[in-house]
Structures are given as C-alpha cells and as structure tokens.
Design a binder for this molecule. Structure first.
Ligand code: CUA
Length: 157
C-alpha cells in the first residue's frame, strides 16, 4: 500500500505529539504527585459523625489569624457549629466531607471552589484579605433543595 509522503509526516508528528503529552501527564501525575487532593484522606461516609474531625464540625482558631473550618455537606445544608465569623486577614483551612451525594463548595469572589465527594476529606485554604459578607454555596446539582444550599460567612474588621 502506498502512503503519501505528507501523510507519513503527519502520522509521525501526530504520534510524537501523543507520546509527548502522555509523558507530560505522566510526569505531572506520578513524579510530581498532582493527583486530586481529595484522594489523600478517606473516611467511611456512614460514620462521618464519629470520625475526626467531623465529630466536632465548626470553626476552630488554630493560630494567629489562622482557622480551621470543618463542615459536613448534606442535602441541603453545610453543617457547622455556629455563625461563621472571622477577622479580616484570616487564613481559613476548609475541611469538608459529604454524608450523602456529591456537593459543590464555592465562595463567590474568591478562588474557593471544590467538589465535595462522600468518603473523602476535601480541603482548600483561603486568606480573606478584606471584610465583607460571603456565601458558601453548593454549585453541584444535588436534589430538590439544591438552590437553597448555602451558608453565610462574615469577614469582620
Ligand atoms: Cu448540594 Cu447542590
């Protein structure tokens, strides 16, 4: 069978590109460990209430202007212990899991945006530089109450 010269060239270029991309992905995923962060810590979604730190959800001060916020997502709320108020300049380490289905976790006007998968500890960190009213909301369709799934977060002076 005759293959045209240009066809041959393009086949070679195409195969080389594929090999190069797979190589880059491989380096990223395995050598540099860029796997989804939620894979790091797993837990039994049936036992969320008795598994640390979710047995005591809520806001904890862990340092000077540093907080940990542990939340449990479930249809159709984000469970924590109290009203969420933090001072301006505070860094918050969010630790979130789900008791039921996949939920979203987004805070508009920030880079906080992650998927909350049951059975995983989903983490993200954000520093709130300015005071203001924020809303933690679910951006992953999860049922009839999805659009009402959100809790306020206040950053005070
Ligand atoms: Cu939870 Cu949508």
């Amino acid at each position: 069978m005759h293959i045209h010269k240009f066809e041959k060239i393009w086949l070679i270029v195409g195969s080389m590109t594929l090999v190069l991309f797979l190589f880059i992905i491989g380096i990223n995923a395995f050598a540099m460990g860029h796997t989804p962060p939620s894979e790091d810590e797993i837990l039994d979604p049936q036992k969320v209430d008795v598994t640390e730190p979710f047995d005591q959800p809520g806001l904890k001060k862990i340092g000077e202007k540093e907080y940990e916020l542990v939340m449990i997502a479930q249809a159709f709320t984000f469970e924590s212990n109290e009203d969420l108020k933090i001072p301006s300049g505070a860094t918050v380490h969010f630790k979130v899991t789900s008791k039921d289905v996949v939920h979203g976790f987004q805070i508009p006007r920030t880079n906080v945006n992650m998927m909350i998968t049951p059975g995983h500890v989903n983490t993200i960190t954000h520093t709130f530089d300015k005071p203001g009213q924020f809303l933690i909301l679910c951006n992953e369709y999860c049922g009839v109450g999805h659009q009402a799934m959100g809790v306020p977060l206040e950053v005070i002076e």
